[in-house]
Design a binder for this molecule. Structure first.
Ligand SMILES: [Zn+2]
Ligand SMILES: [Zn+2]
Length: 419
């Protein structure tokens, strides 16, 4: 039997990659919690209807990209392709909407889409997903983007562009839709098959098409952002003014529409040229009607998702902080009796300690310590035990000194040297 491997588009995350993921997670958590967000974890498997109803049946995600299958009872189940739908379901199911005026939630975890794998794009990918329910104030929109700048700065990501746009509300969209249909109807012969279908069902989605000829056709079309109702215009200007208050530069991209039906008003994408073709690593927008459409009360909302795989490509390797490691090299059975007390003393002081299990020669233990990048090696043999001392060797400058053989005292002493 051949070796079993991961599925196409799936991968194991390990080594430096998982460290970057952990760091993105920790930094995100820190700023989200400072800003009053609480964590929620929803199942990765949900009823297929949830995604059809929320994301929209004319979208690429629902039409082509979902991992959908029937369970043994014949029910159609789907691995979540994004997080918002499940969070909206949970928000309604738990009655959260009746308990608090504003709900600020986040979740971190895997999503699944059956796409063609490429650089930074996997079929199982991971997101930090952030949602705010209960306010249509444009300050919320600006606050979310400000939060992203905080965590990008913390992660050392400097080169990125925030593109923003307004896709309006139901009111302005209805009038615009007719305008758009008549524009594309006269240019039908140049649209791809997908776009012809979109023209019937959701002409706004034609702007999402990657087909060069379609891009050319739509480049001359009227733009929704030029035909917003007064309410949506005020909202967008308010948002831009708050971004200015935060001193965050944004680029208004009037062609930016997001590939999901539920978006209203503010939409945004954060991109980096370092990522190649798939250059957006954070995206989101308002969805003021979705909660109501899912059977809840009228609840304006906004959300965003950070793609962890793509963001990880922007987080440098050298920037990962590593704590200096202490290595305990012991020689002989008597010295090994100090292994447990030493391990306990170091962990009590919050210090990382490593050691070999089999002891072996000093030379081989030193080699092991070196391969682990140990900052200090503690050396204990029969001679040191008889003198009631331990040798401490600084691996950087090869300095060597002795300390009294008292594990808690040694740990305290070394902790002071680390800080
Ligand atoms: Zn409007
Ligand atoms: Zn097209």
């Amino acid at each position: 039997m051949g070796k079993i491997r991961t599925l196409r588009g799936f991968r194991d995350i390990l080594g430096e990659d998982i460290e970057k993921f952990r760091r993105i997670e920790n930094v995100s958590r820190r700023y989200l919690e400072l800003l009053g967000f609480t964590e929620i974890a929803t199942p990765v498997l949900e009823s297929t209807d949830l995604f059809i109803r929320s994301i929209g049946d004319a979208t690429d995600i629902v039409e082509k990209e979902m991992f959908t299958f029937a369970d043994l009872g014949g029910d159609s189940l789907t691995l979540r392709p994004e997080a918002t739908a499940g969070i909206v379901r949970a928000y309604l199911q738990s009655g959260m909407y009746a308990k608090e005026r504003i709900s600020k939630l986040f979740t971190i975890g895997p999503m699944f889409r059956h796409e063609r794998p490429q650089k930074g794009r996997f079929r199982q990918f991971h997101q930090v997903d952030v949602e705010v329910f209960g306010s249509n104030d444009p300050f919320v929109d600006a606050e979310l983007l400000w939060m992203i700048t905080l965590l990008l700065e913390d992660l050392g990501v400097k080169k990125y562009i925030m593109e923003v746009n307004s896709v309006g509300c139901k009111l302005c969209r209805e009038g615009f839709r007719a305008m758009l249909v008549s524009y594309f109807e006269t240019r039908k012969d140049r649209l791809c098959e997908d776009c012809l279908r979109r023209l019937d069902r959701n002409p706004l989605r034609i702007f999402d098409c990657k087909n060069l000829q379609c891009i050319e056709v739509s480049s001359g079309s009227p733009l929704l952002s030029d035909h917003l109702c007064t309410g949506c215009q005020d909202h967008f200007h308010g948002f831009l003014a708050y971004m200015d208050d935060f001193r965050i530069p944004v680029v208004v991209n009037k062609r930016l529409v997001r590939g999901l039906d539920y978006y209203t008003r503010t939409v945004f994408e954060i991109t980096s040229d370092e990522l190649g073709a798939q250059k957006a690593f954070t995206a989101g927008g308002r969805y003021d009607n979705l909660v109501e459409e899912m059977g809840g009360p009228e609840t304006p909302a906004i959300g965003l998702a950070i793609g962890m795989e793509r963001l990880a490509l922007l987080v440098g390797n050298g920037e990962l902080p590593r704590k200096p490691v202490c290595f305990f090299a012991y020689l002989g059975e008597k010295a090994k009796d100090y292994l447990a007390p030493m391990a306990k003393a170091f962990i009590d002081q919050g210090l990382s300690i490593r050691y070999s299990y089999e002891g072996k020669s000093l030379k081989s233990q030193m080699r092991y310590a070196d391969s682990l990048g140990a900052g200090f090696v503690l050396i204990l043999g029969d001679e040191e035990i008889s003198k009631n001392v331990i040798i401490v060797r600084n691996m950087k400058n090869k300095d060597q000194f002795e300390l009294p053989l008292d594990p808690p005292g040694i740990a305290v002493e070394l902790r002071q040297r680390f800080h």
